[in-house]
Design a protein around this ligand. Structure first.
Ligand SMILES: [Zn+2]
Length: 468
């Protein structure tokens, strides 16, 4: 493999020039012309090394599928090596506000050993690292396993056409053994990172419209119901003083973390003091009887993300508002599903009607709506891949990775995960302060290079493993 690594080091400038070219294409998800240009650029690039290639025309942006067949110089190597799928997306977020960029978002520039450009971390630079690894390995006929690549063109808008492509191209996905995604930033500890999943999310809005108009709080105070107070009463039925969600059945399907996950959580060594200092808090929210680190990854949460009624400060009016609205989000863990939580919330509201006639009339004036959510994704740490992946990352980065069983936040990868039903791993090649979605998005050259070498090690080490 050292020949392959040397080849990359010797040709690094050429690879960077190519990446810069790609970054200059402003492929914001809704910029059809630029998205098409980026897809065609990728197609041309892949044609040079891939065994096969296909552009899927969807109702939205194209999805590109590519495949590299194993080709090893070792003729005796007949073990059935695994098939890896790598997911990347070539669409990018809009770069606004433009005036906050030090250099223009689509004119990549290196400053302080970082590449600055929209999409360099999210996600062009990260998947390009894998592509370079494959290109370098195939130069020396050393690819010891089948590699497939899925390039999404609509990740930043929730991949609305990915499902259809997955179904249409069933054959392509039929022999996958494991999936890698290199997206998002590494752990805030600045250590290389191996993630095994992410919590899901579902959001709900409860709108209580209790009267036709805002009215004088003196003239009608005591008669017209106050929707903010009523909404607070409703919310109080959903969570107790110890942070437990009271919605019936909320914890029914919550998974029990396996041994590997518990050990990895322990090894993260996150102390209460760390959280207190980082967040500027003096007491903790959530389930009081659950260890802190478990609360952010192994347990579901209920959160009020916003509450609005009436007006305050310079807009203050002494009225009884006619309506109030609250928005909730629930973070989900395996094996919870967004639709299940939606049903439980609806049931909860229905149940409240039985409290009294007044509650019944109040709930009848509530409108509950949901946004589409993501289900959680999770791969057990106890599988034998864990060791190979951690070893490869250590070889690439020169440092043992932190293992994160579940990211607290959510990723739109559930559809892919659910469809393929194989272990999925998130291995970010971008440093923690990459500023994805923000002005001055950047990728450190050092992290990019270590990403390329990590990918080479992953493909080498997995290639020597037999599936059965
Ligand atoms: Zn993004």
């Amino acid at each position: 493999m050292s020949k392959v690594v040397d080849y990359f080091i010797d040709h690094k400038q050429g690879f960077l020039d190519d990446l810069f070219h790609f970054l200059r294409i402003p492929s914001i998800s809704n910029n059809k012309a630029a998205v098409e240009e980026a897809a065609l650029w990728l197609k041309r690039r892949l044609e040079a090394s891939a065994s096969s290639l296909k552009i899927i025309r969807t109702l939205g942006n194209p999805i590109i599928l590519a495949e590299w067949k194993p080709k090893t110089s070792d003729e005796e190597n007949t073990v059935k090596s695994p098939t890896v799928l790598i997911y990347g997306h070539y669409d990018v977020q809009s770069p606004e506000p433009l005036d906050q960029w030090i250099s223009p978002p689509f004119e990549p520039e290196i400053r302080d050993d970082r590449i600055y450009a929209r999409g360099v971390g999210d996600n062009k630079g990260q998947f390009f690292a894998h592509l370079i690894a494959i290109e370098c390995i195939t130069k020396f006929s050393k690819l010891g396993l089948r590699v497939k690549f899925l390039f999404d063109g609509e990740e930043e808008i929730g991949s609305p056409n990915l499902d259809e492509a997955l179904i249409q191209e069933k054959e392509f996905f039929s022999d996958i053994d494991l999936v890698f995604v290199s997206d998002g930033p590494a752990d805030p500890s600045w250590k290389p990172t191996l993630c095994f999943g992410a919590r899901g999310i579902v959001t709900a809005q409860i709108y209580l419209n209790s009267a036709s108009n805002d009215v004088h709080s003196g003239n009608f105070g005591g008669i017209q119901p106050n929707p903010a107070i009523d909404l607070m009463s409703i919310l109080q039925t959903m969570v107790d003083d110890n942070g437990k969600c009271l919605i019936k059945g909320f914890y029914n399907k919550v998974f029990s973390p396996d041994e590997g996950a518990l050990k990895a959580a322990e090894e993260l060594n996150r102390t209460p003091e760390m959280y207190q200092k980082f967040l500027g808090i003096s007491y903790f929210g959530g389930e009081q009887d659950v260890p802190l680190v478990h609360r952010v990854m192994f347990r579901p949460t209920i959160n009020i993300r916003g509450f609005h009624a009436g007006n305050i400060r310079e807009h203050a009016k002494t009225i009884i508002p006619k309506d109030a609205v609250v928005e909730l989000d629930f973070r989900l863990v395996p094996h919870q599903q967004p639709t299940q939580i939606q049903d439980l919330l609806i049931n909860h509201m229905e149940q409240l009607k039985t409290r009294s006639n007044r509650w019944k009339l109040m709930i009848n004036r509530c409108d509950v709506t949901f946004e589409a959510g993501f289900a959680p994704i999770y791969t057990s740490l106890d599988l034998s891949w864990t060791k190979i992946l951690a070893q490869s990352i250590t070889e690439g980065f020169g440092e043992t990775p932190v293992k994160i069983p579940l990211l607290g936040g959510s990723l739109p990868l559930y559809n892919l995960f659910q469809y393929i039903r194989k272990p999925m791993y998130i291995i970010p090649f971008a440093q923690p302060d990459q500023g994805n979605h923000a002005p001055n998005e950047n990728l450190m050259l050092e992290w990019f290079e270590k990403g390329v070498i990590t990918s080479m090690m992953l493909l080498k080490n997995l290639g020597s493993k037999s599936v059965k």
